[in-house]
Design a protein around this ligand. Sequence first.
Ligand code: FWO
Ligand code: ZN
Length: 396
Amino acid sequence: MYLIKHAHVFAPEDLGIMDVLLGGNRILKIAPELPVEEAYGVEVIEGKGKALFPGLIDGHVHILGGGGEGGPKTRTPEIVLSDITLGGVTTVVGCLGTDGCTRTMANLLAKARGLEEEGITTYVYTGSYQVPVKTLTGFVMDDIILLDKVVGTGEIALSDHRSSQPTKEEFAKIVADTRVGGILSGKAGLVNIHMGDGKGKLDFLKYILEETQISAANMLPTHINRSRTLMQEGIEYAKDFGGYIDLTTSSDPDFLEPEEVKASTGFGMALKAGVSSDQITFSSDGQGSLPIFSPDGTFCGLGVGKVTSLYREMRDGVLTEKLPLSVALKPVTINPAKLLKLSQKGRIEEGKDADLVLADENSLEIDTVIAMGKIMVCNGQVLIKGTFEAQKNHNR
Ligand code: FWO
Ligand code: ZN
């Protein structure tokens, strides 16, 4: 059991200075003053001068690695636990990308289970860029209903030279099957949509919202900040259609696309344009490739996404965009939790999972990361390593 005392708690909303008692993998009690003697066998964590907020949720991580757009030698590396926890992230949704052939759903599920055994919470999307969707059971709806970790479909590529160039009807069927799979399983039924920098942009999503009864909450277009034009269209989509948009936080400075909008900047732009702070999520594209192609489609090189960029962009929302922490936290806590229907996640509230981050209140440097009631990072150092990370240290 842990008792975190005197921390400034952001649920994400600002709760002021509180004591928070954790027991097992749950948040047990939140109160202005919790006397230590009441809870025996408890370890006290001093939170004075620190902000305490929910563990981050990263809704788009290539946990197996991805890439390959420059040939086999450019297939990016598999993630390890501390790539995730050092960024204050305690829940990830794994996905496949361009390469839906050598990266498989069976492998994705096994990796997600491995990460969960190592201490964080994991889910996955079925499929990859491609249409028809490559599933485990043969059907999108069945994957979502029968496989506990499957919360939706993605990342389905649209408006990209690497997509299968699906028709809007093919895309609508994928969203419809995903929605019904979610309804019948009590899960999100969310389609994570990879937006490329092609012409079509969000047309197919608008078509679905205009022509069918499918809800905007079943679609999350990501990489909206990959260009200024798409950022602008994403803002209009959010305002005119009540749609949700996801901004990618990974951007390798060496491979930054000229047009790219930094996620925290894009968030500030959207808020100024009148988009509600409830409609925007961030995700890292961690371990995904960040390839650059010349206008004629020639591969020019690639970087690798980092999960820790999610925290950097949340922090820049405060330090650069001057947003209150209670707002800057929303795209990485309560907003993805709601869209992904993860009712136990995304808030500091009695009864919710004990996923929390303690950080310096001014610099927002991470101090402690707790996942399901276990301390994963302490004083900014990894405490619990992934299986083979531990071995690496022994061999040294
Ligand atoms: C984006 C993942 C892209 C993979 O357009 O979609 O390629 O399969 O690993 N990454 N293709 C990166 C931009 C948003 C910068 C992916 C990648
Ligand atoms: Zn993508």
